[in-house]
Design a protein around this ligand. Structure first.
Ligand code: PLP
Length: 373
C-alpha cells in the first residue's frame, strides 16, 4: 500500500483535470517591477480599459463598502431589473456571474454530460479550452480560418448528435476579428434547436463595424441563442468581476439552479448599476479607444509588423521573429504584452492591448529600439 507521504494526489482527480494546465494570466505590474528593478512599467497585456472606473462608480462602491458585513443580494434583484430594462428583455432572461467567465463555466457544466461535446474555435478565448478540458474533456476545437476569423461553416459542420453547445467569440480574443451579421445568421439557421449557441460578446461595446451582428433581436427566431457580455472591459470593472448571460427564460432558469447563491459580490452589483446609469459615457470610451487603436495599428505597421484589423481594445500583430523573445525584450524595457503561443497561435503572434496615449507611445518607442538593433 502507498504510504500517505507518497500519495500522488493527481491520480485522485478526474482524467480531464490532470490534462488541464492552469490559466497563466498576464504578469502583474508590481511583479515585473520587482523582478526587473524597473521604476515604471506599463501593462498592455490583459485587454483592460486604461481609463479607470467612472467617478460615479467609485462613489457607489465606497458607499456600499459600509455594508460589507452583509451578504450581497443573492438574486441580484435591482441590477437584473435595471439590466433587463436597458437591454429590453425580461429579468428572467438574465443570469449574472462573477465575470462572464463564470457564466461560460456554468453553461458548460450545466449542459454537458459525459460523452457530449462543445464546439468552439481554436485560437480563441483560452477559457473555453480550459473549462471543457476540466469538464469531461468535452471541447472540440475547430480550426480558425486563414483570415484569423472564426470559420462558422466549419463549426456548423463539426456539430454532431452529441453536440450540446457551440461557442462563438465575436469579436474574437486574441485576433480582434469579427464575423458579420450575415455569417452569424447563416450559422444559426444551419444548427438544430437542440444545440445551444453562445455568443461571447466581451468586446461588444468597442465594435464600430456596421455589419457586426446585433444578436439580441435574433433570440425570438432562435431561442437556442445565449449572449454573454461583461462589465470588465469598456466599463473598467475587471477587478470587481461581473458579467452576464441573456437567453430564453426557461434556459436561463436551468442555469440559475447551478450557480453559487452569492456569486456576484455586493460592490460589483452596485458598480454595474452605476455603469448602467451612466451609459452615456460608453460612446466616448469607444471613440477614444478607436482613435488610439487606429493610431497604434498604423504605427505598428510602420515598424514592419503584420497587423490584424481589430474591432476590440487590443491588436494582434505578427513579428518576423518569435513573439516570446520580442515580449521578453519589451519586458526588460518595462512594457508587458502577451505572446500568443499559449492561445494556440503561431510563434510570431503577439497581442498588444490599447493603452493610454503615453502608454502606447512607450510601447512603440521600445519596439522601435528592439527592432532597430
Ligand atoms: C472573449 C472573452 N470572453 C470573456 C472574458 C472574461 O470576461 P470577465 O472578466 O467578464 O470574466 C474575456 C476576458 O478577457 C474575454 O476576452
Amino acid at each position: 500500500m502507498t504510504s500517505k507521504q507518497d500519495l500522488d494526489f493527481a491520480t485522485l482527480f478526474r482524467p480531464g483535470i490532470r490534462a488541464t494546465r492552469a490559466y497563466t494570466p498576464g504578469k502583474p505590474i508590481e511583479e515585473v517591477q520587482r523582478e526587473l528593478g524597473l521604476e515604471s512599467v506599463v501593462k498592455l497585456a490583459s485587454n483592460e480599459n486604461p481609463e479607470g472606473p467612472l467617478p460615479a462608480v467609485l462613489e457607489a462602491v465606497t458607499e456600499a463598502a459600509q455594508q460589507l458585513n452583509r451578504y450581497p443580494d443573492a438574486a441580484c434583484h435591482t441590477l437584473t431589473h435595471k439590466l433587463a430594462e436597458h437591454l429590453d428583455v425580461t429579468p428572467e432572461s438574465i443570469i449574472l456571474g462573477n465575470g462572464s467567465n463564470e457564466v461560460i463555466d456554468i453553461l458548460i457544466r450545466a449542459l454537458v454530460s459525459p460523452g457530449e461535446n462543445v464546439i468552439y474555435s481554436e485560437r480563441s478565448f483560452i477559457v473555453y479550452g480550459l473549462t471543457t478540458c476540466a469538464h469531461f474533456e468535452c471541447g472540440r476545437p475547430v480550426a480558425l480560418g486563414d483570415d484569423d476569423r472564426h470559420d462558422l461553416p466549419a463549426m456548423a459542420a463539426a456539430v454532431n448528435d452529441k453536440t450540446k453547445l457551440v461557442i462563438v467569440c465575436n469579436p474574437n480574443n486574441p485576433t480582434g476579428t469579427y464575423n458579420t451579421a450575415e455569417e452569424f445568421t447563416a450559422l444559426l439557421e444551419a444548427l438544430p434547436a437542440r444545440v445551444i449557441v453562445a455568443v461571447d460578446e466581451a468586446y461588444y461595446e468597442y465594435v464600430t463595424a456596421s455589419d457586426y451582428p446585433q444578436v439580441l433581436p435574433l433570440m425570438k427566431a432562435h431561442p437556442n441563442l445565449v449572449v454573454l457580455r461583461t462589465f470588465s472591459k469598456i466599463h473598467s470593472l475587471a477587478g470587481l468581476r461581473v458579467g452576464f448571460g441573456v437567453g430564453h427564460p426557461a434556459l436561463i432558469g436551468e442555469l440559475h439552479k447551478t450557480r453559487e447563491p452569492f456569486n456576484v459580490n455586493m460592490l460589483a452589483q452596485v458598480a454595474a448599476m452605476a455603469c448602467l446609469e451612466n451609459w452615456h459615457e460608453v460612446a466616448g470610451r469607444r471613440d477614444r479607444n478607436r482613435a488610439e487603436l487606429d493610431r497604434l495599428a498604423a504605427d505598428l505597421a510602420e515598424l514592419g509588423l503584420d497587423v490584424v484589423p481589430s474591432q476590440t481594445n487590443f491588436i494582434l500583430v505578427r513579428s518576423e521573429g518569435p513573439a516570446a523573445e520580442l515580449s521578453q525584450e519589451l519586458l526588460k524595457l518595462g512594457v508587458i504584452v502577451r505572446p500568443m503561443a499559449a492561445f494556440g497561435m503561431d510563434e510570431r503572434a503577439l497581442r498588444i492591448s490599447v493603452g493610454t496615449r503615453p502608454e502606447n507611445e512607450r510601447c512603440l518607442v521600445a519596439l522601435k529600439e528592439i527592432l532597430g538593433r
